[in-house]
Design a protein around this ligand. Structure first.
Ligand code: SF4
Length: 354
């Protein structure tokens, strides 16, 4: 059954592989960039970013010579910004220690910033033809359906079993195509909802299909409720400029620019929270004015609702306590500063109403 599965999948892939820009021409560099961009991100979203990226940073040397702000600007909108910072760190490391080349070895690749086992195995197999197997959400779904696994795939025991299964299935000498074939099957036919079993190349051996259990596989452990955070932000004006601050380079949205503010504490109104946050973060006393808007965004582990207010400084000189840098940015130059989703929405609203 294992051999049938791998061979059926390879034959299907050779006829039906998706036409993707990183497959038309590929090098270790392009495979690396595309694999990092594709983490947690849909193919259709990645394509325009990938094409622009290769124009702007055609190789490791060009990327290594860039600064963080330029790289974050190119990444803006793709989310999970630690990926962009790790790419830059890795490019500099490759430039200094590896003659601008990625190492052709999965374990060496895993030592580079931002490369976990999955990405290292994808690069090793696709770019270097090495016998390394990948396991991501798509692969887990396909394997747990074909073998009708009733173990939760997001637990250590489930992961261990799936790695073993994935390794058993790997056709030696064909790992690059095989890995891409399983990913394509999971992305196009064996989708989370309503898998298209009638067109599936492994329908004859799929146990979940035979038993009608496709919707029950993969089994996932129970998810905790996602917290919902209420925050406020200030748009502080000075003539045609507004005050923005740069987040420390580590952590969520690290290195990106934002409008100052923070969480609303219990018992506070939004304007009270904003006055307190601005005092703590910038040592400024402010008067809170009209509301600019309310913005919502879902991150992986929490949701945010943010209320933004126009505000005027009453006293004080802005000090960067919570940020690595502060700047008075001209409203029509705000696009020069890389920002996360919500802050970019705020900056667009300010520009529209200016
Ligand atoms: S037969 Fe259906 S459930 Fe089974 S692998 Fe194919 S698409 Fe997925």
């Amino acid at each position: 059954m294992e051999e049938n599965f791998s061979q059926a999948l390879l034959a299907w892939y050779r006829q039906n592989a998706r036409q993707l820009p990183w497959r038309e021409f590929h090098s270790p560099y392009t495979t690396w960039i595309s694999e990092i961009m594709l983490q947690q991100t849909r193919v259709e979203t990645v394509i325009p970013y990938y094409l622009r990226w290769l124009n702007q940073f055609p190789d490791v040397a060009a990327l290594a010579a860039s600064d963080e702000q330029t790289v974050l600007n190119a990444w803006e909108g793709l989310g999970y910004y630690s990926r962009a910072r790790s790419i830059l760190k890795t490019a500099r490391l490759l430039h200094e220690q590896y003659h601008d080349q990625l190492p052709a070895d999965r374990q060496e690749l895993e030592k580079l910033p931002g490369l976990g086992r999955y990405t290292a195995a994808a690069i090793a197999s696709i770019a270097f033809g090495l016998d390394e197997v990948v396991l991501d959400g798509n692969v887990k779904r396909v394997l747990s359906r074909v073998w009708n696994l009733d173990i939760a795939v997001d637990t250590p025991a489930g992961e261990k079993l799936l790695w073993q299964k994935a390794e058993e299935l790997l056709p030696h000498g064909e790992a690059g195509d095989y890995n891409q074939a399983v990913m394509d099957l999971g992305a196009t036919l064996c989708t989370p909802r309503s898998p298209n079993c009638l067109l599936c190349p492994v329908q004859q051996i799929c146990e979940a299909r035979r038993l009608g259990l496709q919707a029950e596989r993969p089994v996932m452990s129970e998810k905790k409720a996602i917290p919902h955070i209420q925050v406020v932000a200030a748009v502080l004006h000075r003539g045609d400029q507004v005050l923005i601050q740069r987040r420390p380079s580590q952590g969520l949205l690290g290195g990106l620019w934002e409008f100052p503010g923070g969480k609303i504490e219990a018992g506070e109104t939004p304007p009270q929270a904003l006055q307190r946050e601005i005092r703590e973060e910038l040592e400024l006393e402010i008067e809170v004015g009209e509301m600019l808007g309310t913005y919502h965004h879902a991150y992986t582990h929490f949701k945010v609702t943010l209320q933004a207010f126009h505000a005027e400084i009453l006293s004080g000189q802005a000090q960067a306590h919570a940020a690595s840098e502060i700047a008075w940015a001209k409203i029509d130059h705000l696009t020069d500063y890389p920002m996360g989703k919500i802050d970019r929405m705020i900056s667009k609203d300010i520009s529209l109403k200016n």
